[in-house]
Ligand binder design. Structure first.
Ligand code: SF4
Ligand code: MG
Length: 314
């Protein structure tokens, strides 16, 4: 499969009143056409910031982001508009991303209007998008507050699909929903992927959701990727101490895996990205840490076919 998205040593820094925040610290990964890559880690580890950088909603301070082989940093005018068509984002809070004073029809039509579509074509497309996400055509005349959280997320998905994107960045798309409707929205995202043929970068701190939807998984800690590999390999034999700790804390459906998984309890808090630890970013919480870990940062390197981890002792 060819790479749709390539991140090459991407850094994102913010200046705040309290100092410089290193939100993303040298992330390299790629995403193939048609693939779902799960991006997991505790909240505050830089997942959402990385997602926004791919849409150029936040500036990178170093490194390169390529989509379809083209560096996105210099894009402007029509080329930037085309990037925003190709790459869409679905947010955690669908209510916050929908205008409460706009009917659902107008919200879903907005990207089409901006792209210069004709009225009749827009009406037809909106009906089709609503049917794809399981909403009746009458939904067009109604307002976001008349819908449940799960239905609002369907409206947000319909709008994201309006212009046939190649990549959708799903940022905790089901975290705000009742457990009972999460599976419906996840199944909908899977069905739509098969129908439309796009890729997902699926950001979540909820490992059970990622286990369900992802082909590959990248584990992020304090702005860096600590392990990346196929979902099955990571779930079966996580290598990095942080991945092991995350998985040990998650509920496990498969009892065989539960036995195989060595228990590692994650201690302490995520350090502040204002003042990240020296050496390995995980050393302050790692049960395997040695003196070397405090001074020497491990680099992400191959530990098997299609698998990489960043630890001196793997
Ligand atoms: Fe733990 Fe050291 Fe490996 Fe970092 S490099 S994960 S501190 S053992
Ligand atoms: Mg987030």
């Amino acid at each position: 499969m060819s790479a749709l998205l390539v991140l090459d040593d991407v850094h994102v820094r913010f200046n705040t009143a309290a100092g410089q925040v290193q939100a993303v610290n040298g992330v390299s990964l790629d995403l193939a056409v048609g693939e779902t890559l799960g991006l997991v880690g505790e909240s505050g580890c830089g997942k959402s910031t990385l997602g926004k950088a791919i849409l150029r909603l936040v500036p990178t301070s170093a490194g390169e982001i390529r989509i379809d082989g083209a560096d996105i940093a210099p894009l402007d005018g029509a080329a930037l508009t085309e990037l925003r068509r190709k790459v869409q984002m679905i947010f955690q809070d669908p209510y916050g991303s929908l205008n409460p004073r706009s009917t659902v029809g107008r919200s879903v039509a907005q990207p089409l209007v901006l792209a210069g579509w004709k009225r009749d074509a827009i009406a037809e497309r909106v009906d089709m998008l609503l049917s794809w996400v399981g909403l009746p055509p009458e939904a067009r005349q109604r307002y976001p507050h008349e819908f449940s959280g799960g239905q609002r997320q369907r409206i947000g998905i319909a709008r994201a699909l309006a212009l046939n994107p190649k990549l959708i960045i799903c940022d905790e798309p089901v975290s705000a929903l009742d457990v009972s409707v999460r599976a419906q929205v996840i199944n909908l995202l899977e069905d739509l992927k098969a129908k439309v043929g796009m890729s997902y970068l699926f950001i979540s701190h909820d490992l059970s959701v990622v286990e369900h939807i992802a082909d590959r998984v990248a584990v992020m800690y304090l702005g860096t990727i600590v392990e990346i590999g196929s979902r099955d390999r990571i779930w079966r034999e996580p290598q990095h101490p942080y991945t092991r700790a995350l998985l040990a804390a998650a509920p496990i459906a498969n009892p065989k895996l539960a036995r195989a998984r060595r228990r590692t309890i994650l201690q302490g808090e995520l350090p502040s990205p204002l003042d990240p630890p020296t050496g390995c970013p995980f050393h302050s919480r790692c049960p395997m840490a040695q003196a070397r870990c405090k001074v020497e940062p491990p680099s992400l390197r191959a530990i098997g076919v299609g698998t990489q981890a960043a630890c001196h002792f793997i």
